[in-house]
Design a protein around this ligand. Sequence first.
Ligand SMILES: [Zn+2]
Length: 275
Amino acid sequence: MGRAKILLILTMLVLASGCVTQLEQTNQQNTSTQTNTPGQNVPPGPETPPLPPPAQPNSPDKGALGSLNHGYLRAEPYKNIIIEIDYISGYEPTSATKSALSDFFQNVAGKSVTFAGGNMIATTKSVYTVSDLVATEKANRRYYTTGDTAVVYMMFLNGQYESAGALGVAFKASTAALFVERINDATSALVLYAQIEKAVAVHELGHLMGLVNINYASERSHEDPQHKGHSSNQDSVMFWAVEDVTINTILNFGPPSEFDSDDLFDLQKIKDGVY
Ligand SMILES: [Zn+2]
């Protein structure tokens, strides 16, 4: 096969397999010299994406945890996913963590994925209640689910959740927080920060998708009766200890960051419209 033909096939494969792009952060303070005069607004360039409007009172993002799971997974109405990530200084998540999130939407849900965010979150709290998390989200989040685009919003925060052992928490339909200092506390000589960060991010994503038994009922018996919403399989990323600071004493070689076959079975059912 000729080299040109191989290149053509590779190009077609890339085009067929969804895409990941990066939206510029647009809500930073503009500190550069403003040369436009009032009334002479410069239209955005062709590479500037249209901004969805702010969340409306009935925005699906304000729903309960799991309430967007069918929307995230089904082909309609959301063809596109924006993954918006904001973090405290020095804690931008690794590219492996970001890839795990975008790979999920491309490979499991068949969506086109765009990354957004990059806001530096102020470290004004040391303990976050749910209402603190909601306020932090409101101050930093830019994109909301609307039209044909659903949004996942993740915050990487200092301090801890009101439930002190938590490394992360998914607390609304499209929002999760990870606690980077607690993730540091959970590391060991064998279990590194990046490994836990990726596992916790995928775990919280799993909760946003409804795992386990949130806004659907699984045909398979794999929910841990002692830890509702979690898998009883410690090889699943949805095992409860994946988001607990004791993780390296329970899973000595580190947390799984993959969904197991029961999780994937459930995700397919949700994608098929099962409740
Ligand atoms: Zn969990």
